[in-house]
Design a protein around this ligand. Structure first.
Ligand code: ATP
Length: 213
């Protein structure tokens, strides 16, 4: 039975924080593969519309190109009109990769919202939840919950009240103060946060003139 970690996100753009989290999940949870899954249309409202799905998929493809244990899962036939609900994608993945033990990789900010995910209860039992601590990032509207263990226990207690057991593991990582929002903002302001991006992703952003406005 193979062990796959699903790593979903807007990836607008994909950054070094994502790569560090994926590497930690791969080794610390002994996964065979990390499947990167850009959301075609995120289910939660964003303050700004995300960049085109094709750009975001391409940037992930470039970011993971030299890592054989990382794979990109893009849905060329999906529709941007419909929301990317995690449960729907998960059911597609279960059909595509039978005989798999699943983990779901996410940052503490995303994990805090898990009880509100559409049909969360159907996902909770089916995956092990690998949670990356996330520090406060300047330019983000929200504070990331800390410490992560308290958060995980609170989320687990919410599901326990529904009779569900949440299997979680906190990834052993220092907080990585990088976010896509901060990168886009820096780019608009003319400061290029090169250290937060893989070279190939930075070159792609420049060639496509992304995040200028
Ligand atoms: P935004 O600033 O627009 O919210 P983001 O940096 O959070 O973007 P996403 O694509 O939304 O990027 O993140 C995908 C997943 O990666 C989410 O589960 C998020 O919590 C996690 N993640 C992103 N950056 C970090 C980080 N620096 N540390 C830990 N987890 C992270």
């Amino acid at each position: 039975m193979q062990k796959i970690g699903i790593f979903g996100g807007t990836f607008d753009p994909v950054h070094r924080g994502h790569a560090i989290v994926a590497e930690a999940a791969l080794t610390q949870a002994q996964l065979d593969v990390v499947l990167w899954l850009p959301d075609r249309r995120p289910p939660h409202p964003l303050k700004v519309s995300p960049s085109a799905y094709e750009h975001r998929c391409k940037m992930v493809e470039l970011a993971i190109a030299d890592r054989p244990e990382f794979a990109l899962f893009c849905d060329p036939n999906g529709s941007s009109a419909s929301h990317s609900y995690a449960i729907n994608t998960f059911l597609t993945l279960c059909r595509t990769y039978p005989d798999t033990r699943w983990s779901w990789i996410l940052g503490a900010d995303a994990f805090a919202k898990l009880p509100k995910w559409y049909r969360a209860r159907d996902l909770v039992d089916a995956c092990r939840w690998l949670v990356a601590p996330r520090p406060l990032v300047r330019d983000r509207a929200e504070n990331f919950p800390d410490p992560t263990t308290d958060l995980a226990e609170r989320v687990a207690a919410e599901f326990s009240r529904l009779g569900l057991t949440l299997h979680w593991q906190i990834l052993d990582l220092p907080g990585i103060a990088v976010s896509s929002t901060a990168i886009r903002r820096s780019r608009r302001q003319g400061n290029w946060p090169c250290e937060s991006l893989a070279d190939a992703v930075r070159i792609y952003i420049e060639s496509q003139n992304l995040y200028r406005h």
